[in-house]
Design a protein around this ligand. Structure first.
Ligand code: NAD
Ligand code: WQD
Length: 377
């Protein structure tokens, strides 16, 4: 823990400061990195329920900058108030949430508590402290059953599982706060399928429970070769029979958040919704082939029945974000696969490395990398 000095106090108020909830997680850590590289001061609030503090150690190592970290829940209003008293927060990027569709069916109360009640608590604290800008992690899952080749933001919504319901409810909540408080601005970003990792191979996706998403399952099968990837559905009406998704590199997505922030800082857009995707679909089999081509490593796999509730093809129309945010993804599927494999092969146990297994440059690092402050209540 580092005590505040006069000079640190000045720095906190002079620069734009962004509070990132869920900043230790997969997309959060990549976005914190981009924020630090662009000169923002960053305060992270994360309860580490699905992440490791090591992700942020590594972000600091890559950027050679410090951030402020609080291990706290977004459901804890007292802690949030204390953090907003401690820092002048110009905007919030709100990633904190639970995201496993299957788990949301068996544990809806947990999902509503974190994704809806946690968001409500955060908004209440923001309004109280006059912090008027939020970028929210929403999901293409809010569209539910998709009936068009590409999806625009005005496509009907209709989530088909509790996770999707909580994301849509949080969107409505934020929208209603914008209506009630005309100075309050929000960008609701509906992500399609984020994959890949930072080019350094030092940060990436590291779920604490067995993964469900395609890419972590692909790389896991490449490492644990006796546990083949199950290809869910091979007779869909697509070019090769497997499902099609719009994959977006996590670094492009992170940069999309900075573009949305700039939009909020520039004017008062109210509540705006953007799809975050490439506008191009790849099938499961195409992703497997890409992965094999760029890595030279085969992906052990078996055909399996379709996964219940899966859509055949989900592709964004991201033109609104391209036009209004002056943002466009730059990294293609080759780079998505290459970086995902670099991360996974260099970190087969994710962030859970210890002692002699840890890459040399990460050993013996001081613990004072984080500045953190006691809460004031
Ligand atoms: P992640 O699980 O890696 O990150 C979420 C972070 O939130 C974790 O670090 C977790 O510890 C933290 N968290 C959870 N509950 C919290 C709480 N109550 N208080 C504080 N921190 C809490 O997930 P991710 O893939 O980085 O996703 C980030 C956001 O993007 C989530 O809201 C998710 O719903 C959304 N999203 C993700 C995807 C995807 O495919 N990864 C797609 C669409 C939307
Ligand atoms: C993609 C395709 C699978 C794993 C989910 C959530 C959605 C959003 C993104 C957060 C599907 C197939 C997968 C495997 C496979 N998350 N697959 N074998 O289903 O588009 O969306 O993540 O908001 O809410 O529902 O992504 O990566 O799970 O699956 O064949 O081991 O890969 O069946 O066709 P999806 P995904």
């Amino acid at each position: 823990m580092v005590n505040l000095s006069e000079s640190t106090q000045t720095k906190i108020t002079e620069h734009k400061t962004v509070l990132v909830t869920g900043g230790a997680g997969y997309i959060g850590s990549h976005t914190v990195l981009e924020l630090l590289e662009q000169g923002y001061d960053v305060v992270v609030v994360d309860n580490l329920c699905n992440s490791q503090i090591e992700s942020l150690n590594r972000v600091q190592e890559i950027t050679k900058r410090q951030l402020f970290f609080y291990e706290a829940s977004i459901n804890d209003a007292d802690r949030l108030h204390a953090i907003f008293q401690q820092h002048t927060i110009d905007a919030v990027i709100h990633f904190a949430g639970l995201k496993a569709v299957k788990e949301s069916i068996s544990q809806p109360l947990e999902y509503y508590k974190t994704n809806v009640e946690g968001t409500r608590t955060l908004l209440e604290v923001m309004v109280h402290h006059g912090c008027n800008n939020i970028v929210f992690s929403s999901s293409a899952t809010v569209y539910g059953n998709v009936d068009s080749p590409t999806i625009k933001e005005d496509h009907p919504v209709g989530p088909i599982n509790p996770y999707g319901q909580t994301k849509l409810t949080a969107e409505y909540l934020i929208h209603d706060v914008c209506t009630a408080h005309p100075n309050f601005n929000a960008a609701l970003l509906r992500y399609f399928n984020p994959i890949g990792a930072h080019a350094s191979g030092l940060i990436g996706e590291d779920p604490t429970s067995p993964p469900n998403n395609l890419l972590p399952c692909v790389t896991r099968a490449m490492i644990h070769r006796d546990q083949p990837l199950r290809v869910f559905g091979t007779s869909y009406n697509t070019r090769d029979g497997t499902a099609v998704r719009d994959f977006i590199h996590v670094v492009d997505l992170a940069q999309g958040h900075l573009a949305a922030l700039r939009k909020l800082f520039k004017g008062a857009p109210g509540c705006v919704v953007y799809n975050m995707g490439n506008g191009r679909g790849y099938s499961v089999k195409e992703i497997i082939s890409k992965m094999e081509n760029v890595t030279g490593v085969s992906v052990p796999r078996i055909d399996a029945d379709p996964r219940p509730g899966d859509a055949v093809s989900v592709i964004a129309d991201p033109s609104l974000a391209f036009e209004q945010l002056q943002w466009q993804p730059k990294l293609g599927v080759d780079e998505m696969c290459r970086s995902a494999w670099k991360w996974q092969s260099q970190n087969p146990q994710g962030y859970r490395l210890k002692g002699k297994d840890m890459p040399k440059k990460l050993q013996h690092r001081p613990h004072q990398h984080f500045s953190s402050f006691p809460s004031r209540h």
